[in-house]
Each structure stands twice: as structure tokens, then as C-alpha cells.
Write a protein that binds this ligand. Sequence first.
Ligand code: UDP
Ligand code: UDP
Length: 473
Amino acid sequence: MEEAALVLIVSPLMGHLTQSLELSKLILQRSNHISIEVLIMKVPTDPEGTAKIQSLVAATDVEHLHFHHLPTPEDTSKWSTTNKGTFLHQLINYQKPHIRNLVSNIKGLSGLIIDLMNTTMIDIADELGVPTYVFLTSGAAFLGLVLHFQTVQDEHNLELPELFDISNELHIPCFSNPVPRNVLPTITTNKETWSVRTLNYARGYRKAKGIMVNTFGELEAFALNSFLNDSFYKSRLPPIYPVGPILKRFETRTKNSRDTIEWLDGQQENSVVFLCFGSMGSFNLDQVKEIADGLERSGHRFLWVLRQAPANKGGFPGEFEDHGLVLPEGFLDRTASIGKVVGWVPQLAVLSHPAVGGFVSHCGWNSTLESIWCGVPIATWPLFGEQQLNAFQLVKELGIAVEITLDYNEANEHQPLVRAEQIEKGIRELMDGANEVRRRVKEFSDKSRLAMKEGGSSYLSFDNVIQNICSNH
Ligand code: UDP
Ligand code: UDP
């Protein structure tokens, strides 16, 4: 049988890319007749991110998986840089003709796999007469939310702000609780972002031949059932396949990561609180001071990933050469025996270490899945994107997190500080109390592992995707 070629198109975000590569490996493990061509985009203004992508590509040596590097735009001075998502949106549009060129020369092309931002590539698939599959690196509830707003707008002719109606709480079929307005992601509430980007992404999801979601049936049963049963979604949707949790299985073996794991080896079980805010999280100096104070006041052992805020709004964070310069005077000395402040660490390895008992997280979807997989409860501190919604889901819908904050308004340039007292309280609750939360997260951890095993819910769902893909050829 001739090989069927799939093309994977992903935005240059570590979370999206790592998950998509893991997805590709799973597809290749399950079928001998597929090859996957991965198109790699890079952000010219993010050298550190580019270096990480390059090391990820270099470390990925898999038969039938091939990389193609797209050109890096030379002059982006006229692009909007105030918002990372908009910048990436422009990068994706810039790449479209290059991608059209590349894809139309691929022999045996049988479909595209795109991430949630690349729906514009469906045009190319249509021109070439092949189907598109979306791989959603966020949860099913997020998918349901954007599809809900898109339906309200397209079928009921409502626009922002009527979209959210006048009440402060929204009834959205994929949530069992009313959703407060202040946890709605900015990509749905900001007029321009919604109309230029998110609305079109949502329309794109409906045009796909299938949507794979990095989640598992046992975790998001309510949202997934709503897709099947609620008239709002039913019959207007392609099949939805929960295929996760798909986690990053690669690790950069840096000195930093070896030191960190060695330090954890010397700590008692469940004694360390881990603070990490994803690939884009960073704070101004006032906020850094509040975190340091909150940690000291809590008295808990800690491992804190602290990265440098970008010089320009919309930029990407970098690594500090010397954390001592940004921390309160004497902090590192006073906490030397109980804590460690570090740069980028292999998060999954840290979360799976028995010494880690709690996770202060921005609730990015990868971090959420990783903490569930490892059975580590979260204290929520969302920063942007759909993270507020994830935090709400973790605390209110699933009961597997405690709250430091649920509220972050990206549009507000002057963020209120999250005070040391609030951070201390959240950490104490996470590490000293929260027994029911800890029990529940362990339960979901077991279920997540079963879901991926042969015969498990995501394993079976994946079989259906493969069958669907192979039927195109
Ligand atoms: N990550 C990591 N080390 C760090 C920070 C992040 O390994 O110091 C990984 C983390 O394990 C996760 C990904 O980067 O897989 C971040 O993805 P997530 O969706 O949580 O957040 P985003 O970066 O998209 O905001
Ligand atoms: N892991 C890692 N480095 C380590 C230990 C674990 O990257 O030093 C990753 C590993 O790839 C796995 C995840 O962390 O995906 C959870 O590891 P664990 O041993 O808890 O579970 P497993 O997947 O082996 O059942």
C-alpha cells in the first residue's frame, strides 16, 4: 500500500509543537502506511524560543517523520507587536503562500493536521481536495465556549457585547456551572481579536473532517457529552476525538535540569511547592517581590521558575543571568536551605518527582494535563489566553485545584498586584489543607493513565481517528 502523507502545521509555540509531535509519534506507531511532514515556523523576535524549537527538532529522530523549515520573515517592523497572538496570526498569514507551495508538491498527500490557530490553511486543503483535521491543544470546554459564541453570532446575528448577554453569568452548554464573565478569555471578549481571529478559528473547526482534542473522556465528560446531546452543538460539528492526555516526552538535558532534579532528590515526599508559569509567563519587579514575600511567609519548601519579563510589551520572556538582582535583598540567603530559584526546567520531570506536593500554575492546558497526569494539585494563577477559563474549570467544575486568583484581565495594562498575603494563603491551602482536592487529582491521575492504555477511552478514540484518516487514501 502506498504511503499516505499528512502535513502538520503548527504555530511556533512550544506547548503546541511538543504536543503535536507527540501526537504524530502516536499516529506513526499505530499505522505503518502514514508519513508525516512537519512544517516548522519560527518567531524572528524570539531567539530563545527558536533555540528551543531547534533543539526539539534535533532531538526528534523518528522514522516517517520529516521536518521542513519555513522561511523566517526578515522584516517584521510593520507587524503589530503589542499582542503575541496577533503577531503569530500575522506570521501564519505570511507563511500561507510558502505553505501552499510546499504542500502542493508533496506526493501522496492525504490530509492536513493543524493546530487551533492555523484554520486559514483549510483553504489550501480545499484547493488540493484533501481533508483537514484540527488538533486542539486546549480542552473540550474551551472548544465548546468558542463554538458557542460563534453559533450565537452566526446564527442569531448577535455581536459583542450582546454575545455575552447582559448578565454577569453565562449559561454555556459545555459547562455545568454558570460561567462568570470575568473568566472569559480575552480572545473572545476583545472585539478585534474575536472578529479577526477567534471567530474565524471557530468557523474553521466546523469545516474540519475531525477534531482531536488533547483531553480524555473521564476528565471532560460534561463538555464532551454536550457536543453529542445539546442542540446548540449537535449536527453542526465534525466528530470530536478526545485522544489525550498527550504529554511532552522529550527532555533537554541541561545542567540546570540535572541540578534541579538532584536538589529534589534531597527533599521529602510532597514537601516542595513548585511555581512555574509556562513558556510565556513573567512578572514585573513589584510582583516578583510579592511572590518572594508570599513564599517566605508560607515557610514551605519551594522550587520557583522565574524568567525575565520581555523588554517590550508583546515580547517573549528570557532567562535571568542572576536571579539575586531582581529578588528582595537577602531572599536567596535566607531561603537557601529551603528553596531554589531557577530558569526553564523540564516541568514534567519535576512534576513527576515525589518531592513535589503542589503546583502554583498559570493553568496553561499542557501544565494542567501534566499536573493531572502526575497527580499534583494546582493553586491557580492564570495570566492570559484561555487560562482563566482553565483555572475556573479546575477549581469549580472539577474540584482539583485551589485558587490564588481566577481573575486576570489581559486588556488592563495596570494589573493589580497579587499580594503576598493572597499567595501565602493559596500556598498554605495547597500544601497543608486541600485533602479532598488532592484525593480527586490522584483519582484523575489514575484515570488519565488508563485512558491512554490499550483499550482505554483515548486509545479507542485514537483508533477511530486513524481509521478516519486512512479512509481518505
Ligand atoms: N515548560 C517546561 N519548563 C518550564 C516552563 C514550561 O518544561 O520552565 C513546559 C511545560 O511542561 C508545558 C509547556 O512548557 O509542557 C507550557 O505549556 P502550557 O500550555 O502549560 O503553557 P504556555 O507555555 O502555552 O503558556
Ligand atoms: N519524566 C521525565 N523525566 C524524568 C521522569 C519522568 O521526562 O526524569 C516524564 C516521563 O517521560 C513521563 C512523565 O514524566 O512521561 C511521568 O513520569 P512517570 O514516571 O510518573 O510516569 P510514566 O509515564 O513512566 O508511567
